[in-house]
Design a protein around this ligand. Structure first.
Ligand code: NAI
Length: 249
């Protein structure tokens, strides 16, 4: 069903994993979907356009404030509006206890995982105020409400994304802009595969702790994000939605 027909949607971190699954879901729901990644995700976008969906690739480092501004300006100049956005690009810090994380590693994690969300939200909101509304989803994590060993900088950012989401939701609720966070549990993506590659026991350890008994699929996050951006979620605002097979309960 084309629930996103006529809508323009931007998704960051769309070259792989959760972002790519979300881009596919929005494009299949009829949206003009802008796939944003640090390197322009052309093959992923072409796959969608070859299937007849409306998709465009855009290269942008979300930690670069000026580049993010130019991207949103380009979207508005090209399509006239920006109806929904998923701020999802993220990186992990190397798996080490807090005191062993270098300042450079901390700074880069904050630059992408927190400032990147901040940058995108700011310019999305400026446009959504002009057009009278919109929907934004920020990717936090199950680790946005719990701790996780060896990931202090990453987890700090994911907690911060929830605080940012809640406060911005309050600031802009009366202006018709809904802002929510999605909190994935362990989802089988290139990011998760890399962690499992570095620690082969991790997959079994995770599965043991997930009541659903398995890792999640990127499409299961995409279904939730699509709903959060849809009119069916019109009174859902400032929420941090856990999609984690009951991992964090
Ligand atoms: P992934 O590593 O498969 O994909 C992340 C994408 O973000 C990549 O395509 C990468 O190139 C892009 N990216 C990285 N830095 C960027 C930058 N500076 N500018 C633009 N794009 C950039 O990761 P995955 O697993 O799909 O994660 C997506 C989001 O979900 C991340 O925010 C992650 O923290 C979050 N998440 C993932 C979980 C998992 O189990 N996979 C669990 C909880 C949260």
């Amino acid at each position: 069903m084309e629930t996103m027909k006529e809508k323009v949607v931007m998704i960051t971190g769309a070259a792989a994993g959760i972002g790519l699954a979300c881009a596919e879901a929005f494009a299949k729901a009829g949206a003009t979907t802008i796939l944003v990644d640090i390197n322009k995700p052309e093959p992923q976008t072409r796959k969608l356009t070859d299937e007849g969906f409306k998709a465009v690739a855009y290269g942008c480092d979300v930690s670069d404030t000026q580049a993010v501004k130019e991207m949103v300006d380009w979207i508005v100049a090209t399509y006239g509006h920006l109806d929904a956005a998923l701020n999802n690009a993220g990186i992990q810090t190397p798996q080490r206890p807090m005191a062993e994380i270098t300042d450079e590693e901390f700074d880069r994690t904050v630059a992408v995982d927190l400032k990147g969300v901040w940058n995108c939200m700011r310019y999305e909101i400026i446009q959504m105020l002009k057009q009278g509304g919109g929907a934004i989803v920020n990717t936090s994590s199950q680790g946005g409400v719990t701790g996780f060993p060896g990931q202090a900088a990453y987890i700090a950012c994911k907690h911060a994304v929830i605080g940012l989401t809640r406060t911005a939701a309050i600031d802009y609720a009366a202006k018709g802009i809904r802002i929510n966070a999605i909190c994935p549990g362990a989802i089988r993506t290139p990011m998760a595969e890399e962690l499992i590659r570095r620690n082969p026991n991790l997959e079994q350890e995770l599965i043991r702790d997930i009541p659903a008994g398995r890792l999640g699929k990127p499409e299961e996050i995409a279904n939730a994000v699509l709903w959060l951006c849809s009119p069916q979620a019109s009174f859902v605002d400032g929420h941090a939605l856990l999609v984690d097979g009951a991992f964090s309960i």
